[in-house]
Design a protein around this ligand. Structure first.
Ligand SMILES: Cc1cc2nc3c(=O)[nH]c(=O)nc-3n(C[C@H](O)[C@H](O)[C@H](O)COP(=O)(O)OP(=O)(O)OC[C@H]3O[C@@H](n4cnc5c(N)ncnc54)[C@H](O)[C@@H]3O)c2cc1C
Length: 518
């Protein structure tokens, strides 16, 4: 086992820890799946003093957790469906992430609903009442208004000042509200896994479970090309939309959600997100989400998905067309297909139920199979911490594990600091938003050698130092891990192609110990 407090994940640590477990060491809890749910479970259990192993078939955040809208929701949409408890839970979890556990990876996102002819005066009053209800949820969750200000109506000129690219014809004003936004969903997963690793959890990627029982798993080690048996006192299946492949009794109704990626300069909305009503639907919206790096993600569809679950879902052309069309309805210059820099899609691991997938509950559940394997499914990225707590509570009860109560509500993730502290960290705001209090170490690595300070491709803001950091500390094992999960260069395929060779070379050199030391 690695030294206590060591939160660096890398190939050498993986190999040593896997060897120890394959040799017969028994852990208290083994979690299958390295998405936000599995990483959250590993952290919750390790923080209670349990010995933990997490096994992931591909890489951290390989599955749905990297395809989200990257929002930390306050629960408004659940309120609209009458799911008050779920809405409250979401607001509480948003507050925990934004104020205590991950202030560095989250920020307040202003969201504007432009009031054009699509929304009647009555409709606007109805939506505003909903936003006020969402604000009441924020208050009950004790999230300060200094962080997430209350909603308000803005005039037409103010709406245009916030988002100059809006169509001014017919613009009566807008409804402005605030929600939480992640720097990136995959980086949240990596931060969770590293924080768990710092508490002793073994985080093992490239390990595909083929059979799971209540006291262990058989898995294929994709690095050493061998089969290993890992033993545990309890096993939790957090394989998301793939959970049913490991436990027959788990029935899911996956739903596909797509986003398109465009250049923010093309839209002219600055840092303000837009919430655009879908014509003919009362409470369905398309969201236009500006990112810190100048890209904008436009989402979101929600359609039932049948058939075998692909490793990497693809956004259907019809979804891309639909999203561009709805977003364009409020823009001065409509978007066309030539504006699309990339697209992505993910599958929601929703519990089977009746009705349209958009209407299925986002509640989570912990299910116990006959063979003793616990499965946790459903839920949202925002509520990962509560899902993890419930899953570990169930494992502790079922296996009689000696564990303290959950303490993750008050446990800062790697790189976290108060917003005041983060504002004084000596590094660029881009680095602080990705690495938090670790940003100066990444910046120091970039200053060791001009080559490390250089971008990995022309026009990219990601430096070679960040690639080396990803391999040394964030568990990246190859170029794809870096391009698609530690950084999100991969969301724009042309940029990914341009950076591929340099990133692959840096990964190889770092794994071989040839990159400079910090
Ligand atoms: C389009 C879209 C947008 C969304 N937007 C938001 C949002 O803005 N905010 C929000 O709160 N929520 C959002 N969600 C929901 C959220 O993304 C998911 O609920 C969450 O990411 C699910 O995480 P998970 O860890 O349960 O599953 P996953 O992230 O899919 O993780 C499961 C992991 O298990 C691994 N695995 C599978 N089989 C095996 C095996 N046999 N052995 C080992 N490992 C295995 C997979 O490789 C995968 O990494 C969105 C969902 C979608 C689809």
């Amino acid at each position: 086992m690695s030294a206590p407090g060591n939160n660096s994940l890398n190939a050498a640590r993986r190999a040593a820890e896997l060897d120890a477990l394959a040799a017969g060491e028994v852990v208290d809890l083994l979690v299958i799946g390295g998405g936000v749910t599995g990483a959250g479970i590993a952290l919750d259990a390790a923080a209670r003093g349990l010995s933990v192993a997490l096994v992931e078939a591909h890489d951290l955040a390989f599955g749905t957790s990297r395809w989200s809208s990257k929002l930390v929701h306050g629960g408004l949409r659940y309120l609209a469906k009458g799911e008050v408890a779920l809405a409250h839970e979401s607001a509480v979890e948003r507050g925990i992430l934004m104020t205590r556990t991950a202030p560095h990876l989250t920020r307040a996102l202003p969201q504007l609903i432009p009031l054009h002819e699509q929304i009647s005066r009555g409709g606007a009053a109805f939506v505003m009442a909903g936003l006020r209800a969402g604000d009441a949820l924020r208050r009950t969750a004790r999230t300060p208004s200094a962080l997430l200000p209350s909603p308000r109506r803005v005039s037409g000129p103010e709406a245009l000042a916030l988002a100059p690219g809006l169509r001014s014809r017919g613009l009566r004003g807008g409804l402005l509200s605030f929600d939480g936004q992640l720097t990136d969903d995959a980086r949240l997963v990596v931060a969770l896994a590293r924080t768990a690793a710092g508490l002793g959890a073994r985080i093992l990627t490239r390990l595909r479970v083929t059979t799971a029982t209540g006291d262990g798993v058989e898995a294929r080690d994709l690095v050493a090309d061998r089969t290993v048996t890992l033993r545990a006192r309890s096993v939790v299946n957090a394989a998301g939309v793939w959970a049913g492949a490991l436990v027959d009794s788990v029935r899911l109704r996956p739903s596909l959600g797509s986003h398109v990626v465009v250049d923010g300069g093309r839209l002219g909305i600055g840092g303000t997100a837009l919430t655009v009503p879908v014509p003919g639907e009362r409470s369905r919206f398309v969201i236009v989400l500006p990112q810190r790096n100048g890209l904008v993600y436009i989402g979101l569809t929600d359609e039932p998905f049948d058939g075998p679950i692909p490793d990497e879902p693809v956004a259907p052309a019809a979804d891309v067309e639909f999203l561009l069309g709805v977003a364009s309805s409020v823009l001065a210059t409509p978007l066309t297909e030539s504006d699309v820099l990339g697209s992505y899609a993910g599958l929601r691991p929703l519990l089977e139920g009746t009705g349209r997938s958009a209407d299925l509950s986002r509640r989570h559940a912990v299910l116990t199979a006959r063979n003793g394997v616990l499965t946790v499914v459903g839920g949202k990225l925002t509520t990962y911490r509560k899902m993890a707590q419930d899953a570990v509570d169930a494992a502790v009860a079922a296996a009689g594990l000696p564990a303290a109560p959950s303490r993750t509500h008050n446990l800062p993730l790697v790189g976290a600091g108060s917003r005041d502290h983060l504002s004084t960290v000596d590094a660029s705001s881009r680095l602080v938003a990705s690495y938090g209090t670790e940003a100066p170490r990444v910046a120091a690595l970039a200053s060791v050698d001009p080559l490390l300070g250089a971008p990995v491709a022309e026009g990219s803001e990601i430096t070679a130092a960040e690639v080396v950091w990803a391999v040394r500390h964030e568990g990246a094992l190859d170029a794809k891990d870096v391009l698609h999960r530690r950084t999100r260069i991969g969301l724009v395929p042309t940029r990914s192609a341009a950076a591929q060779e340099r990133v692959a070379d840096l990964v190889t050199r770092t794994l071989a110990g040839l990159a400079p030391a910090t």
